[in-house]
Write a protein that binds this ligand. Structure first.
Ligand SMILES: [Zn+2]
Length: 499
């Protein structure tokens, strides 16, 4: 064995996704970095020259998936999920890197909390980075210091009253306005409040200066009594029409597509245009879990095509689940933004097939079974997804519904690019050897009890999969094997470097 190959690993007989296409051949890893990708069988001498070798048996070798929308909880919500259980779910699902959301308790809105979250004594399996939030303790004047903690972006829930970036808003939106009337009324309200938004402008300017993406949960604030009113209204319709999930339907009615989701996107659009007549100066805005094609169209025409840096995330549940599907429990499928109609869901997936979106994020948001039991209205929104999200998308490839380049783009390449995660998201010489070996298998059904995350319930119960994660490598180290289980804990805390 020659000196310079001491840490080398050979992965061969693989369908390697590199350079936007599948290439059959082998790959060499040295010191955790992809050093060579070759389109042929390895020469015999190479086998003696490397420390370890793995025969892929013609399986696919893909860049490790990157989920930029997870809630790993931990802190005071360690009964829902911890770094250890959440990162195990990630690896089992083929995700080598996750970026986690700041709505922890306490929230990741201060330097102290962010530092404590990055406690080095924690055990975890995949790479983890964080977003900062703007909740209690957040001080806009500390943004510079917060960014130095290595956060990958700033997450804003415009509907959340506990934030330090208040939105003065008229909560009494009607549900029955036509879209045109509605947009006219939003514009009027925004013009009335335009002087109240100096902190928003400050935040946007800062993000633009640091090239730090701002993530928006696309929903407008609605007062509890407004939500309750429309929920009750939705429930009446559901009962009259004999809907299979009256509560899920009512939840959708209370958080409607236009007046809640699109209204928020429209508001952000107006802000951006007002603050930045020249789109080149605007910060990158990332809309998470967009649930419908109309919202995508607005983001694309009002922002993207005008040159504003922005991106669109969709989640597997909005692509494949809807409020007409039978679930083990309605509460399991309660999520924000809500599941929509079958038609909206199918059209959303068409948008994904037509490359109209940028990333797929799981929105892994676990709660305890106890919290999800009992009354629907009291159950928190969200459900665990990391174990299955990538497999659900890979299954679309094996069913010829998505191309492999789309799967890799949405799950690896674009997340790395948008959030400036260097040397990840592609199989390329010089890049980190975060890799996943995937194969097509006979159809089988998702069972929540098989999840590695802390929660063993799922709205995906009995959804059919055709993909299998065979092995996962993190920086060249084999960390998971489908027969042997978890082999090593190699996860690192990722911190964004500021240029
Ligand atoms: Zn989320």
């Amino acid at each position: 064995m020659s000196e310079n190959n001491i840490n080398s690993r050979l992965i061969y007989n693989a369908k390697i996704f590199t350079n936007e296409q599948v290439q059959f051949g082998y790959l060499l890893i040295k010191n955790g970095i992809i050093s060579e990708i070759v389109e042929e069988s390895p020469p015999k001498t190479l086998f003696q020259d490397v420390k370890t070798q793995f025969d892929c048996n013609k399986a696919f070798l893909l860049p490790g998936f990157i989920d930029t929308h997870v809630h790993l909880r931990d802190f005071k919500q360690s009964y829902k999920e911890t770094f250890e259980t959440g990162s195990k779910a990630a690896i089992l699902g083929g995700f080598t890197t996750v970026l986690t959301m700041p709505n922890t308790i306490p929230p990741l809105s201060t330097i102290e909390n962010i530092r404590e979250y990055f406690d080095t004594n924690k055990l975890f399996y995949c790479n983890i980075g964080v977003f900062a939030g703007v909740k209690e303790g957040f001080d806009i004047n500390n943004l510079d210091d917060i960014s130095k903690e290595g956060v990958f972006g700033i997450k804003i829930y415009p509907g959340d009253k506990s934030q330090e970036l208040p939105l003065k808003w008229n909560d009494g939106w009607r549900n029955d306005l036509e879209p045109d009337e509605f947009f006219a009324s939003i514009k009027k309200v925004i013009s009335l409040f335009q002087n109240e938004y100096s902190n928003w402008e400050k935040l946007f300017n800062f993000a633009a200066k640091l090239n730090l993406p701002i993530l928006f949960h696309p929903e407008l604030p609605r007062a509890p009594q407004v939500l309750e009113f429309f929920y009750e209204q939705g429930k009446k319709i559901a009962v009259n029409e004999g809907k299979i999930n009256p509560n899920l339907y009512a939840h959708h009615v209370a958080h409607p597509i236009y007046q809640n989701e699109i209204a928020n996107i429209e508001m952000i659009t107006l802000f951006l245009r007002k603050f930045y007549p020249n789109p080149k100066n605007a910060p990158h805005v990332h809309f998470v879990h967009v649930s419908n094609p109309d919202a995508i169209k607005i983001i694309r025409t009002a922002l993207k095509q005008e040159g504003y840096p922005c991106s669109i995330e969709v989640s597997p549940h909005h692509m494949f689940l809807n409020y007409e599907i039978k679930f083990l429990s309605e509460s399991f499928a309660k999520v924000l933004v809500p599941l929509r109609s079958p038609e909206t869901q199918q059209n959303l997936f068409k948008n994904v097939q037509e490359n109209l979106i940028d990333t797929i994020g799981s929105d892994h948001a676990p709660h305890s079974l106890e919290e999800k039991s009992g009354e629907f209205e009291k159950a928190p929104s969200g459900f665990p997804s990391l174990d299955f999200a990538a497999q659900i998308i890979l299954t679309q490839f094996f069913n010829n519904k998505l191309k492999l380049e789309q799967v890799v783009s949405y799950l690896s390449t674009q997340p790395a690019k948008i959030f400036n995660i260097p040397n990840k998201g592609m199989i390329k010489e010089g890049f980190d050897a975060d890799l996943v070996v995937v194969n097509e298998v006979k159809p089988y059904l998702i069972k929540g009890e098989n999840a590695q995350g802390m929660q063993k319930w799922t709205p995906w119960e009995n959804f059919e999969l055709k993909s299998k994660i065979i092995k996962v490598f993190l920086s060249g180290t084999e960390v998971y094997d489908s027969d042997l289980g978890f082999l090593e804990t190699k996860g690192t805390f990722l911190k964004r470097s500021i240029k």
